[in-house]
Ligand binder design. Structure first.
Ligand SMILES: [Zn+2]
Length: 58
């Protein structure tokens, strides 16, 4: 069962992120497990930072 609220929105539950050159790296938002536990902080700021990092890497 997957609680949609627990799925990491940055990596969509894969635990991995990839930039436009298909470099893959562990999702920094969820720590690579693909979901956010209540102890973690899925803050909008952090999500936005990851997005910006992707663009910078590009
Ligand atoms: Zn993630």
């Amino acid at each position: 069962m997957v609680n949609r609220d627990d799925v990491c929105k940055a990596c969509e539950g894969t635990g991995m992120l990839a930039d436009d050159e298909e470099w893959q790296y562990t999702c920094t938002v969820c720590g690579g497990d693909g979901h956010l536990s209540p102890g973690e902080n899925p803050t909008p700021d952090k999500y936005i930072n990851v997005d910006e990092n992707n663009r910078i890497l590009d």
